[in-house]
Design a binder for this molecule. Structure first.
Ligand SMILES: [Zn+2]
Length: 93
């Protein structure tokens, strides 16, 4: 039997996942680092911070808004197209 005692130390660390906006790698940082919003680097060395995440979210929101506008425009054009076809069809009779 060994004279050495074994000590088990349990630690807890809450990790927050992040996605690098440059290379797309998903990694985790302790909540403390996530919350302070300081500049950090992804495992591949790209700059990453919460500000850039906020900018990405803003871009996504703008793109969603643009998509909605394009769907609405597409619907309007389809209605216009149907009306014009009906007029052409009536004119041919
Ligand atoms: Zn990266």
């Amino acid at each position: 039997m060994s004279d050495h005692s074994l000590f088990f130390i349990e630690t807890k660390c809450e990790l927050i996942t992040q996605v690098c906006g440059t290379c797309g790698i998903v990694y985790a940082v302790p909540r403390r680092f996530h919350n302070d919003g300081k500049l950090s680097y992804c495992p591949n060395g790209h700059h990453s911070n919460r500000a850039s995440a906020a900018v990405l979210e803003e871009s996504v929101d703008k793109l969603r808004e643009k998509i909605s506008m394009l769907y609405a425009e597409n619907e309007r054009l389809e209605r216009s197209n149907r009306s014009l076809r009906a007029i052409v069809k009536r004119g041919k009779k």
